[in-house]
Design a protein around this ligand. Structure first.
Ligand SMILES: Cc1ncc(COP(=O)(O)O)c(C=O)c1O
Length: 464
């Protein structure tokens, strides 16, 4: 009885069993812990007498709402910044954790958020129910980490058609969003403290973080109107990460000349290129330049795609099109990380693509985003002339607007927040010294009238 009593008391004192929680009846407790019913009764009685439990006649036994002792910890809380049990990287690394707030600003120009209101959830629900019915049949098997064949086939068709990416189902690894693709690539390509990884500056912090956590030497390389300045790449670069369709966050596409130069560099130096095509499906006119993967003749390029923008981020599905030499390593890395992506969402997405719903949804959203882009661009050009210089994006769901370097964009963004406008400063996207100053506007989740009103708020702020 002592052991059970101590166990339950510790769970209550440490808060694992919350005040007010209903405990199982003594018969179930006895069965659960393999003790006699008498022992279970005696344990509850003792905890009741100590004040840890309360009993309500005929209604069961509960954890007391007012506990007899203050919660005491045996050891003082560790400080994550100094605790030597963490490795050196995690002792010093920190970045904002997403999803801590459910609220959104009234005028929401935040980045990376697509429109969810037009998503065909009824279709998704039907396909998901069908997928569940087929999963529910025996035998139970362990799935292949590379991803469901039907989904890989659907993705291969989709990217060959939409982005002219040359691939077959066997070249594809299904991942938990693009972020896991970065993480797995970092695991298989980086030798800690040796591998030099070049990243765009400004660029995507979560990609930098995945490579830094794997022990890479990160070298930020500047970006100009033509994309990554290939001539500024360090000679030792073994991995080069780029966003050629729509530079993140400036929005310019990488020029054809730079694409060719980058591939030449990679081929000559035996480097790998990671092409992050996070929102390239949404193009607003003009023929897209060929993907690096399409132009690659030396099996240097990993093409990373995601469904976070074309569907929505909570779906957590993305993929890598891998050259053959890395495929086995990536698939095995996926297996040791999380075995494989959830089969229900994979099968639902496979049917969603195969039945043409993805292409239809992207077509519809492209028009909606196109109108938002127009509205944002024309308002910025008209009402902010002389202050903001928008970079008109040919693709994607956000737009950068440059200012004089003297402009304190961080302070402005804080003031904007108080006026219910969520907009980003360009400065935090730089890993090195910021070369440009400005603001970045997402237009994925804000409709045209809100764009107008939100910008009017900003305009007022800029005058005060
Ligand atoms: C530059 C860039 N790459 C990749 C991603 C995709 O992220 P995930 O697929 O992990 O949601 C994002 C998302 O916002 C992004 O901004």
């Amino acid at each position: 009885m002592r052991a059970l009593h101590q166990q339950l008391r510790a769970a209550i004192v440490e808060g694992r069993l919350k005040p007010g929680l209903r405990l199982p009846p003594t018969r179930s407790l006895a069965a659960l812990y393999g003790v006699s019913r008498n022992t279970a009764v005696a344990t509850y009685d003792l905890l009741l007498s100590e004040g840890y439990l309360s009993a309500r006649r005929g209604a069961g036994t509960y954890v007391a709402t007012a506990l007899p002792q203050p919660v005491e910890r045996k050891t003082p809380a560790a400080d994550p910044a100094t605790d030597s049990r963490l490795n050196a990287f995690w002792r010093s690394f920190s970045m904002p954790v997403a999803g801590t707030s459910r609220s959104s600003p009234a005028y929401d120009f935040r980045l990376g958020l697509p429109e969810i209101r037009y998503f065909p959830f009824a279709i998704w629900r039907r396909l998901s129910a069908r997928a569940l019915r087929s999963i529910a049949k025996p035998p139970v098997v362990r799935e292949h980490p590379q991803g469901r064949t039907a989904l890989r086939e659907a993705i291969a068709k989709h990217v060959s058609f939409a982005r002219a990416v040359a691939c077959r189902a066997e070249d594809i690894l299904v991942t938990t969003g693009a972020q896991q693709a970065f993480d797995l690539l970092a695991r298989v390509l980086v030798t800690p403290r040796r591998t030099v990884v070049a990243v765009e500056d400004p660029g995507y912090a979560r990609l930098r973080a995945a490579f830094a956590a794997a022990g890479a030497k990160i070298v930020p390389v500047p970006v100009d109107d033509e994309g990554l300045m290939v001539e500024r790449l360090p000679r030792a670069a073994k991995v080069i990460c780029v966003t050629p369709s729509h530079q993140f966050p400036l929005g310019t596409p990488m020029s054809m000349g730079r694409r060719a130069a980058l591939l030449e560099f990679a081929q000559a130096r035996g480097a790998a290129v990671i092409e992050d095509d996070y929102d390239g499906e949404f193009r607003f006119g003009g023929r897209p330049l060929d993907a690096l993967q399409t132009l690659d003749r030396a099996a240097s390029v990993f093409y990373v795609g995601t469904f976070s923008k074309s569907l929505f981020p909570a779906i957590r599905l993305g993929f890598v099109v891998s050259p053959p030499w890395a495929r086995h390593a990536l698939v095995t890395a996926k297996q040791i990380t999380d075995w494989h992506c959830g089969v229900l969402t994979q099968d639902t997405l496979a049917a969603f693509i195969a039945e043409g719903h993805l292409a239809r949804h992207v077509r519809k959203m492209r028009q909606i985003y196109g109108r938002r882009r127009e509205m944002l661009l024309s308002c910025l050009q008209k009402d902010f002339a002389g202050w903001l210089r928008p970079i008109a994006p040919e693709a994607g769901l956000h737009m950068a607007a440059l200012t004089d370097t003297a402009f304190d964009s961080d302070a402005f963004v804080k003031r904007a927040e108080q006026s219910k406008v969520g907009v980003s400063s360009l400065r935090p996207f730089y890993a090195g010294r910021p070369a440009k100053s400005g603001l970045v506007f997402g237009y994925g989740t804000i409709d045209e009238s809100a764009i107008r009103e939100g910008l009017a708020n900003l305009r007022r702020l800029s005058r005060t």
